[in-house]
Design a protein. Structure first.
Length: 232
């Protein structure tokens, strides 16, 4: 992806639309996998984005950063526009394994109430980040340093794993990975996710009573139709 916006300029967009805060907060404890399944198996940002911690479950509004590889100046620019409840989403114009983010930047983000970081490049200082309790999902961990020499953009559409993240979209992240929900779909996604949780709870009770998925889902007949033989 180019590091210029559609008009061919580098920009820092200071004001973005965000989803309703109560909806975002309600999505956080549901879990990324459930949200992903509930909205039609969409929005998953891929298995290469891994948490550096365990147990964190967050949801927040995406503030997006498009940076030059190995250059973190635009992260500094993005911090100014972050609000409480946001999640910083950082991408680069080409693959990068530079450690573009560490504990000092995390300290600055935490002071502004940012809930976490999604880094489609690399972070460093992971011991300190875990100790601080600042959640991070990243493609790489690397001690390789960065420069501050090339402009990029803040709050423009970015892409991770073929998925577009627009400023203000909702990011859901936990130990299972990261899922993006379109800002205007957030309330619908919450309703669908709650319905899925209720359905799973009913099925869990049946499984606990000894029911088999083979019969519950009609899978036995499917296997028989395929010619699978059950032999005693």
């Amino acid at each position: 992806m180019s590091n210029l916006n559609a008009e061919g300029r580098h920009v820092v967009v200071r004001s973005i639309e965000r989803a309703d805060e109560t909806v975002i907060d309600a999505l956080a404890p549901i879990g990324a996998a459930t949200v992903h399944e509930a909205i039609g198996r969409r929005g998953y940002l891929g298995p290469d984005l891994k948490p550096i911690q365990t147990g964190a479950m967050i949801a927040g509004s995406a503030v997006t950063v498009l940076s030059h590889p190995g250059d973190n100046i635009m992260i500094h620019a993005a911090i100014e526009v972050c609000r409480p409840g946001d999640v910083l989403v950082v991408t680069t114009t080409a693959a990068s394994t530079h450690g573009m983010f560490g504990d000092l930047l995390a300290t600055s983000l935490m002071a502004r109430g940012v809930r976490g970081l999604v880094m489609d490049a690399a972070v460093r200082d992971t011991h300190d980040l875990r100790a601080m309790g600042f959640p991070v999902w990243t493609r790489h961990v690397s001690c390789q340093g960065t420069v501050k020499a090339t402009p990029g953009s803040v709050n423009v559409p970015v892409s991770i794993a073929g998925k577009i993240i627009n400023p203000g979209d909702v990011i859901c992240a936990d130990d299972d990975g990261v899922v993006v929900v379109g800002r205007q779909e957030a309330a619908w996604a919450l309703e669908k996710s709650r319905n899925r949780l209720a359905d799973e709870e009913a099925k869990r009770a049946l499984f606990a009573n000894g029911e088999l998925g083979l019969d519950m889902y009609g899978l036995r007949d499917k296997l028989l139709d395929w010619g699978v033989e059950f032999i005693d």
